[in-house]
Design a protein around this ligand. Structure first.
Ligand SMILES: [Zn+2]
Length: 112
């Protein structure tokens, strides 16, 4: 199994990689607990790597959960774009303004 801790790093790089590695492992463990049922744990776990595949039920639950998160992020982005759109024109509606604030909002909209 790939382990970034087996690469050669300086002490600082090693510490940084180690922190991220541990955080990711913790996140994966949490996700696995949230997403897998007993069937996954008992019949689909690879004893060598500890990696657990998802049964159809858990897979569907994960997809549903991810879709909901994507929808929520899309709604959040839409609301922020609407606010930026107003700020981009503030003081010069319905046209784009040229104040410092208008320009900042216009640039933020371009970056999307
Ligand atoms: Zn399952």
């Amino acid at each position: 199994m790939y382990d970034p801790r087996q690469q050669s790093y300086t002490k600082t790089e090693y510490d940084t990689v180690n922190i991220h590695y541990d955080a990711l492992r913790a996140e994966i463990a949490t996700l696995r607990e949230e997403l897998t049922c007993e069937e996954c744990e008992q019949s689909l776990a690879d004893p060598e790597t500890g990696v657990t595949a998802l049964c159809m039920m858990c897979w569907n639950a994960m997809v549903t959960k991810l879709r909901a998160e994507i929808d929520s992020l899309k709604a959040e982005l839409k609301a922020k774009d609407a606010a930026l759109e107003k700020l981009a024109r503030l003081g010069n509606e319905p046209y784009l303004g040229n104040s410092e604030g208008n320009i900042i909002a216009q640039q933020a909209l371009k970056e999307d």
